[in-house]
Design a protein around this ligand. Sequence first.
Ligand code: NAD
Ligand code: MG
Length: 391
Amino acid sequence: MPRKVSIFGATGSIGQSTLDLIARDPSAYDVVALTGGRNLDQLAADAVRLGAKRAVTCYDSHYHDLKNRLSGTGIEVAAGANALEDAAMMPADWTMSAIIGAAGLVPGMRALEQGNTLALANKETLVCAGPLVLEQAQKHNATLMPVDSEHSAVFQALVGEDISAVERIIITASGGAFRDWPMDKLANATLAQASSHPNWDMGQRITIDSASMFNKALEVIETHEYFDVTPDQIEVLVHPESMVHALVGFNDGALMAHLGAPDMRHAIGYALNHPNREKLPVERLDLAKLGALTFKAPDEVRYPALRLARQVMDMGGLAGAAFNAAKERALDAFIAGDIGFLQMADVVEATLAQMSSADGLENATLSLDNVLQIDQLARVRAAEIMNTSLV
Ligand code: NAD
Ligand code: MG
């Protein structure tokens, strides 16, 4: 029997890599829902090519465009945030959560209600609402598979191990586009420069987040939420080659490393085939040819986002949701050319400080409604901070 699969964020970088794997073995899968945003050509073409039951754009205004593109195909068409939730409730054995940003949270929570597998590329889901998401998975007997390369690597290093035997988890970071830039040049880094990653081919937003290390900051929090380790057990190591994705250190001093070429189809394929390991179309590493792998400690002056991640974990409560939303808003502003590269961290730090005193982030109850409210409020606060030039 083919497995029923749905892909949220199908038109994005992770979504396309997921479809690549699925399309290699079409008889093994029944594609239920594919979702996207503005790239209707891609969404419609993939829906037809893979015989999806439903195609959904997250924008209401694109409904008719998508409907026209798919007329006569028999593929159901829907649009808007509610349509994403509805699509998440269509029965599927395996769902990929690859929407970018906090917008992935609600569809992911819905998909978990089915009690099947949710492959989670959308790290924001855990950053904003980690305990709620794990509780939801447990309540419905669903499986949550990490797809971030570092977290997939940790997951794989932990197979057959007990988390109580873990001393530390080390996730690696390439250092992004600016790892070799002198600090005084960073303030003037342009959008084009921040949008080009030395090793990974990813969506624009996560590429910029890699240059600022906000991506790694989110991943530190994601590690804390997913693997139930304390913040001081999590380390970040700059590793420019992006071949070692993570290492798990055990009580006896042993370190288990996961290596692979920087290709997200590895982590996606692992989540898709788990607990089996099927052949994947990824490059095989030739370590002799590589010769050496290098590591160094990250510089928290260069990357204030890492310091902020520690602060967020200490704060707890709704701090993760506020942090992520402020970061998303600051990133919008950087992309729009309204603030400089280094100001993103300033905006996020100022937003957290203000919301900590004014909105009681730390002590608020973690509920989905509260997370969504704080998400909206943090975007407003971050915008106010930018408007009043507090940064
Ligand atoms: P992307 O920007 O390439 O694609 C994002 C997808 O989400 C697109 O299909 C887009 O249409 C959709 N989308 C955008 N805004 C939306 C909204 N408001 N509501 C619903 N759908 C929306 O992003 P990506 O690089 O593929 O990243 C997706 C997720 O995977 C992110 O959470 C990212 O952090 C994570 N991730 C990505 C990579 C990577 O290599 N790209 C690696 C690890 C983790
Ligand atoms: Mg990652």
